[in-house]
Structure formats: C-alpha cells, structure tokens
Design a protein around this ligand. Structure first.
Ligand code: SME
Length: 163
C-alpha cells in the first residue's frame, strides 16, 4: 500500500524534492500512461495544500482531451491555444497564472479556481503528450518554486513512461 506523507516540511523546495521521490517510487516500472497519470494526480492532490483540481489534458493529435484528474468534473476538450492549458500546449512553456480572472481566454471549469500552473508534457522525440494542469482556489497560490517543483515532478512522470 502506498502512503501519502503528511509530515511538515521546512520549505517548498524540500517538499517538492520529497514529492518527486515519492512519485518515482509510485510510477517506477509501470509503463501504463493511464495508471501513472491517475496515481500521479492523486499523489499531488493529496500532498500539496491549497489545490482544488489537478490533472492531465492529453493531446489526441488535434486537441487536448481531459485525462486522469482529481477534483470536480472538468471541461472535456480544449483547443490548442485556448485557455491556460491550450497556451501551455501551443507554446510548450509552463504557464503560471497568478489570477485567472486577469488571463484573457481562461476557461473556467470550476468557478472556485483563482490561480493555476500548467506544465507542457513533451516526449523525448519532441512530440506533445499533453499538459499537467494544477488549479487553486487562492489567488497567487503558485510561485517560481512551485514552477520548478512541478516541472521536476513532470520530468519524473515523463521518464517513467519512457523507461
Ligand atoms: N484552467 C484551464 C481549463 C481546465 S480546468 O481548469 C480543469 C484553462 O484555462 O486552460
């Protein structure tokens, strides 16, 4: 059985480093995209404070389609370039949005969401797998340390699939 740790951490960096190790242990040796995406979402959702949604949008060759996630039911399809997820997919740059109400074209799946971070997931061959989307009911929940931490977590996720 996998136990999500609930200990207190000295700082965010330490928390993300520990989370990356937990993710590695959870995903290691399992090549199933759906299994790993589901467990990864559950691990992050139950480990980090102040989240109301986290999960995957997977690229089907045309648009982003919702994948495994934790939180309320979400929008199903998002076109490239639309909303924060679509921007991350199109630009292949992490999108850190301090206030979604100030982001032109933000797609409100859950009215509670106030800030979010979306990391693009790009395979070693350069093709787009999808995006990792994390939402918070607090304005400015995510900072540069969250960005570095989320990108490191996503690297663990992508490496597990490639192994
Ligand atoms: N926030 C996203 C839409 C997806 S939901 O938040 C789950 C966006 O604007 O891309």
């Amino acid at each position: 059985m996998f136990e999500v740790k609930t200990q207190a951490y000295a700082n965010k960096r330490e928390h993300y480093a520990d989370l990356a190790q937990q993710a590695q242990g959870l995903l290691h040796g399992e090549p199933s995209l759906i299994a790993n995406a589901a467990n990864f979402s559950a691990l992050v959702f139950h480990s980090l404070p102040g989240l109301n949604w986290c999960g995957f949008y997977l690229y089907d060759g045309t648009e982003l389609v919702v994948g495994p996630f934790q939180g309320k039911p979400a929008c199903i399809r998002i076109a490239l370039g639309k909303g924060v997820c679509g921007a991350a997919a199109q630009t292949r740059q992490t999108q850190l949005v301090r206030d979604v109400n100030a982001f032109d074209g933000h797609i409100a799946c859950d009215a509670a969401s106030q800030s979010e971070i979306v990391v693009p997931l790009v395979r070693a061959d350069g093709s787009l797998l999808g995006v990792w989307d994390v939402d918070s009911p607090h304005v400015a929940r995510f900072d540069a340390e969250d960005r570095a931490g989320m990108e490191a977590l996503c690297a663990v996720f992508m490496e597990a699939l490639a192994a």
